[in-house]
Design a protein. Sequence first.
Length: 118
Amino acid sequence: MTRAFSGRDSEELTLDRLAREELEADDVRIHPDTLEHQAAVAEQHDNPQLAANFRRAAELALMSEADVLALYEALRPHRATAEELEALATRLEGVPAPLCAALVREAGDVYARRGLLR
């Protein structure tokens, strides 16, 4: 069930292979299916908040590192306007990353109430 983003089974990811430089970056990147499985386990153990976090992470796992870093930067207090956060949420819906888009919109609402927008 557990596999890397590259498709390799987790049992193939060994320190020996790493030392021999036989692994690529996507071999150590988590696969969205693994995160979805973790979300299901969290739900089975009555932890819906953790399940939601894993599902958002599954969406993020499909994005480039640059896009993920830009998302995190935009969500820092005083880094984005309401319009910029809405534009980011719209882009996330198109990825598609609807759960992340909803989180960005929620953050925008909270930031507006608390004076945390740029």
